[in-house]
Design a protein around this ligand. Sequence first.
Ligand code: ADP
Ligand code: MG
Length: 768
Amino acid sequence: MSTNKTFPIRGMHCASCSLTIERTLKKLDGVESVEVSYGTEKAKIKFDETKIDAAKMSQAIDPLGYALIDESPVVKSTDLSAAQMGMSESEHAEHLGLNQSKKEKLAELQHMKTAVMSAIPLAIASVVLMVWELLAQFGLIAEMEPVWKTFFHHLMPIFATYILFVVGKPYLLGLYRFLRYGKANMDTLIGLGTVAAFLYSFVVTAFEESLRPFLNVDVVYYDVTIVVIAFIALGKYLEVRSKLKTGDAIEALLTLQAKTALVVRDGKEIELPLDQVIHGDVLIVKPAGKIPVDGVLLEGASYIDESMITGEPIPVSKSVNDRVIAGTMNTTGSFTMKATKIGSETMLAHIIKMVEDAQGSKAPIQALADKISGVFVPIVLVIAFVSLALWIIVGTPIIGFSQALSFGLTCFVGVLVIACPCALGLATPTAIIVGVGKGAREGILIKDAATLEKLHQVNVVVVDKTGTITKGKPEVIGGTSDDEHLTILASLESKSEHPIASAIVAHAKVNNIRVQAVTDFEVVKGKGLRGHINGKEYFAGNIKLMEDLKLPFDMQPIETATREGKTPVILATRSSVLGIVYVADAIKPEAIDAVRALHKRGIKVVMLTGDHRNTAQFIAAQAGIDDVVSEVMPADKLTKIKELQSQGKIVAMAGDGINDAPALAQADVGIAMGTGTDVAIESAGITLLGGDLSKLVKAIRLSEITMRGIKQNLFWAFFYNVVGIPLAAGVFYPFFGLLLNPIFAGAAMAFSSVSVVGNSLRLKSKKL
Ligand code: ADP
Ligand code: MG
């Protein structure tokens, strides 16, 4: 048996780390698949628990400088005092059965900040010295006083030593791992470059006199070591800081969780921390209070603001038996509720988990970037050494050994420093994290990055009628009023979960009809239902069901009613029709806007329904849908999707997610209309909370802007490496006299990562 688990990974510093970890873990016996995201610093691993465990996996990546953290689900009991003390975010996470390593990341960020703060003044001093010397060379300013010159001459090695060994420790470790285990990553490149610059300078300084005949001993590269490391450390710091920001959607969701609940125990009201609330507890919710757990309203009534979950701004009226959702906010009423779902079972916990998983998943568009960064490091190493060698071999006869060596070293360091494809690795995941998080805030839950990527290519949207175009809350409007028949019908329908059934049961209740016991109950898929009452067999359903039974009935009134958008429910025994009830479901006003907006984008909208042709056409006409397929059996919905796909269409299917599951799964993008109370979140690629179809248009737009952001990121990341490497290698020097000072390589490298993350963050403020 294999299990799927997500582990946080510690020690990731650059994008190629994810590939190195993936490769190493995949080789282990018992590991079936691995997906490591640099964006979230998590690994999704499918493995055989009988063969391998987290500790062994962690051991395998330990020599590479990483650790895999096994967080077994936290089940903690807190004493009462914790409630009064207030809870931190990680404790919130614990209550939801989730894990959060944010605190650790903040500590790491603080650590980086200290290092950067110490490095930047030294870097600035080095740059000032360098510029001074340059300007003095051209006679633009006066030479530095010799005393000062000697002073700095001796000070620079000290600065460089501090920077390399303290601030540059991760890069030194990268170099060490390369030498020891032959494993190279981004850190290795930077480590090799800066160490080379340092070592060369150090040797020159140490043996100045004996080297003088062969080399220009006045040229040393301490400033390169200092500035490059300082820039890269600054870039990394800004990158990590922004990366934390890309993930703040999760944080916002976590803070929705209430801290305590007012529980009735032994007739007394007591305030308890959330993890002490158990199933079936009776909770009191006061005006303006947060709903602590998922549950059912027992007594009282109120309006509840569910906007944080569904994105719908208008508070929803709730009365007895209505479901309430943890994390939503009560307005002015007060009520008691029964806890039905607690901790990790709540919808909020599911949403957070889904957002986390989606943010950590890989978009197909990333595959290319991954492939490239995978072969990047060795290739860059080769380029760096080749350019060093070429400069010395080809350059010595022309410009002399000393000058050629100096150029060669400059190129060597420059190539190593600029080549790091960090930006390439950040391009996709950062945009996905922002995109998925932005969606969550709008009540658009995205299952994975692949779905988000696919969505903008969709050109046909197939919609289910009931619950997607219509409100899904039909009402009985006419038909038989015979109490006996209504009793039989309501009794049968009380066993069904179809929206039609709820309409009939509600209608019976209003008419004070009591339902009777039903035996041998059976759903006749796409047609209706069947069951025994008092030993007699009854059927209820549509025309097809009557045709199956070969029962004659008067078509005239049905024809008229369906043209007005009513759905007939016919009650019969095996031998005769007893009566007909009509139900009608109002159209969702926002569905009309949604259909219009989809059309505007050139997306075709097709309505699929099991309902009567006339009824379907009536609703479709109201919604402005041009293409209707009616009277389809549930299994045929799937066939219809396949048919569209075989015509080369990219199909999104929006349904209520319960009986449409097979069709949702077949579609390129399955969209579940979550009504906010009962959401099968994991079943579809996208869940639109609140069941508002116009959110689909927003979701498509979100996909579009996210993909555009990714493409921009990838373009700049590629472009920068494509131009940067030959420039640093000195390819352009013989033609244009262009050579990249390693200091600029460091700056460019830092800037590229920061600009990519910045571009992704920009998506946050885009309007959907
Ligand atoms: P849809 O989701 O498009 O309504 P279904 O397959 O759920 O498609 O239902 C198809 C048709 O079967 C309905 O339009 C209705 O006529 C009939 N039907 C299904 N369930 C019931 C029920 N519980 N009571 C009466 N009729 C039903
Ligand atoms: Mg349906």
